[in-house]
Design a protein around this ligand. Structure first.
Ligand SMILES: [Zn+2]
Length: 272
């Protein structure tokens, strides 16, 4: 199959011409021609071509696309509500989902790479309007390298009531001894970023009044797991509240849960 002209490159060095007389022709950037042998010029040109095509934070881009779809499949958000990001601590860059694109239409190329100030480093899309809410934990915490914000149903019921999620179920401990509800602020505002950060201190999740939930962990798998578990616990708490007064676990028991969860390390909840 003929390669597209934009995928072609050639080695223009005299050395190459001497080594491969008559073979100094165009070749596909993505496939080294058989006759190239060990010509370092051709190999270098090929490597450079591959380098040119590489995007920053490739794996994170693919993970964000997958976890965005998972949020919808798991009924943890609706439409374009919610956003996800991953922090590359070594390079100080953040990969974040774009604003206003359906989770099933986002491609890795649509993911935006920003620095810790929110300035776009790579990408043509507009980063999520909640970018500052994502960046705050990365700037100030060392235990969070992935953040997910979603509009889940039952956690948002509590957030609309402006109630914290108490430890009525021991699995609340995936986020901490309870999940606080941060005061209301307009979506996408600096105030919402500050409120969510303050109320998530010593916790791995926070309810956003009249809005949804935010969770953070060292990777997307665990951030997703926290969203799932907090939603489950919120559902149970709501159902129990409809029938009577839920019994809340005492602090000592939640301290014990925190210890037990440490023993198992960072795992999916079903393993606990
Ligand atoms: Zn939202």
């Amino acid at each position: 199959m003929e390669a597209a002209s934009s995928d072609l490159a050639f080695c223009a060095s005299d050395t190459c011409a001497a080594l491969h007389p008559g073979q100094q022709v165009q070749f596909s950037k993505v496939r080294l021609p058989r006759k190239a042998g060990n010509c370092k010029h051709w190999i270098n040109a090929l490597n450079q071509a591959v380098e040119d095509k590489r995007m920053l934070m490739e794996k994170a881009r693919h993970d964000l696309v997958e976890y965005g779809k998972k949020l919808v499949h798991a009924n943890l958000t609706k439409g374009t509500g919610g956003n996800l990001s991953v922090f590359d601590r070594a390079n100080g860059t953040v990969a974040i989902t774009p604003s206003g694109i359906d989770f099933f239409e986002i491609t890795p190329e649509d993911i935006v790479i920003v620095d810790l100030e929110g300035k776009t480093i790579e990408g043509t899309r507009t980063p999520s309007s909640e970018w500052e809410m994502h960046l705050m934990p990365y700037r100030h915490r060392t235990d969070i390298d992935a953040v997910i914000h979603a509009h889940t149903t039952y956690a948002t019921v509590l957030a609309v009531l402006r109630q914290d999620l108490p430890p009525s179920h021991y699995m609340v401990e995936v986020a901490g001894h309870n999940v606080r509800c941060a005061p209301y602020a307009t979506y996408g505002s600096h105030e919402l970023a500050v409120n969510s950060y303050e109320y998530m201190k010593d916790r791995r999740a926070v309810l956003l009044a009249n809005h949804g939930i935010l969770a953070g962990a060292h990777d997307l798998l665990n951030a997703f797991n926290i969203i799932e578990e907090v939603e489950y616990c919120s559902h149970i708490h709501w159902m129990a509240s409809c029938m009577g007064k839920p019994v809340i676990l005492p602090d000592e028991e939640m301290e014990l849960m925190a210890e037990k969860f440490k023993t198992y390390g960072q795992r999916k909840a079903k393993d606990w």
